[in-house]
Design a protein around this ligand. Sequence first.
Ligand SMILES: Cc1cc2nc3c(=O)[nH]c(=O)nc-3n(C[C@H](O)[C@H](O)[C@H](O)COP(=O)(O)OP(=O)(O)OC[C@H]3O[C@@H](n4cnc5c(N)ncnc54)[C@H](O)[C@@H]3O)c2cc1C
Length: 448
Amino acid sequence: MAEAALTELAGIVGESQCTAAASEREFFAVDGLTPGCVVYPDSAEQAAQTLEWAAGRDLAVIACGGATKLGIGNSPRKYDIALCTRNITKVDYYEPSDLTAGVGAGMALTDFQKQLKPDGLWLPLDLPGCAKGTLGGVVATNASGPLRHFYGAPRDMVVGMQIATPEGKLIRTGGRVVKNVAGYDLGKLMIGSYGTLGVITEVNLKLFPLPAECQTFVLSVGTLDIARDLRRRILALPIELLRMVLLDAEMAGIAHPGLQPGRPACGPQIWLEAGGSKSVIDRTRKELEAVSRAAGAKFHSCEWEASEKVWKMISDFANWFGKTYPGAVVLKGTMPIAHGEEFQSFAQQEAQNEKIKLVVVSLPGVGMLELGLLGLQNAAQAAGFVSRIRKVAEESGGALTVISATAEVKALVDVWGGPETTFELMRKLKAAWDPEGVLAPGRFVGSI
Ligand SMILES: Cc1cc2nc3c(=O)[nH]c(=O)nc-3n(C[C@H](O)[C@H](O)[C@H](O)COP(=O)(O)OP(=O)(O)OC[C@H]3O[C@@H](n4cnc5c(N)ncnc54)[C@H](O)[C@@H]3O)c2cc1C
């Protein structure tokens, strides 16, 4: 970036918070594209001014938090400035008795949880290995882990937010409490929009009490048919589970080899977590033991330390899989609950035919699956596999998105899937919010 432009930016955010150093630019690179500079605004006002400045000069900005999930989305058409929120961490208010807080979007989720714990509270999102993920990034991606089974996604926890727009305005939407003023809820539009409509500068959150005790149970199910049967039986039980995950045989072997001697021949496992008082946990154990016996599955209780490791691994699946196996592709499928096992079985059959190694982690009570692909011969094989299983996901009323892939694969297959019937509305919204195309141009659905 030209020296004069950097000087102007430094005039907005301060000289020490604006850099063109190669190491920092590379940290925020997306699909091999490195921004011309990185800015670290201290406040929402500085973030809004940076956007307005960029819009006036036809420059493209990508909002960044901890850079743990910047790879999600199409490759950007243009990328001049990485606007990192890591300095916007002020706690605007924190009311433990009301279970609410308003926090700067750059605060890392891990740091936020540390502040809540002494009061026996938390934001019930499973903490993945990527401890640097910020609240803004979590909300912008609406990402959730296995706790989604009971608590829902960030969309269910955000009651309001502040947004910086490319026009240089700061907008407040929603409120501080769960029941707030009626009208269009612009916050809902921002959640899951991957930073393409505005930069989230503050989030107002609903907090939850930490469960008194937690206990993990593992059901070795042997086959996907038994997994389907058990999913139905478990969801019909009069118990509430915090997490419910189906691991395919590969993932079960990787996650906890001790429980799966001779892996992966022992087959898939369902991991479940109960939370609450001792009597709630005892009742859950009895109910689960009974359904396991009835379905022909093996039942184990898992001690805390071992189960914590596995839950972290499962929550962070997309991240560690992509990092552990360079060149791997990670996909996310969402579909009606009833179709999950059938879709998984189809994907496994396709992978076997193509000699691709497939690892699957799914949330059978939610209808979400993550699929890791290894041993791909080339980008064309990856793209063909994605297209075939995407068709099946779509036919069952679902969708399939690419979470992590090389730029070569992204060039051959649409990351988000074909634009839906709502696309025209999305295009108009993008044009209204970001008429100059400043924010992450090309990254979202239909390359908007
Ligand atoms: C299946 C799965 C489960 C996960 N489960 C959890 C979980 O339970 N809990 C959890 O904390 N994390 C979870 N994560 C990871 C977590 O979502 C990411 O680490 C986090 O969303 C990214 O935060 P970041 O600050 O690193 O954002 P970045 O990687 O820097 O950015 C991610 C996206 O958000 C946009 N963005 C970032 N900040 C802003 C902002 N302030 N305003 C507007 N747009 C912005 C970026 O432009 C980009 O599109 C999960 C991820 C996956 C794939």
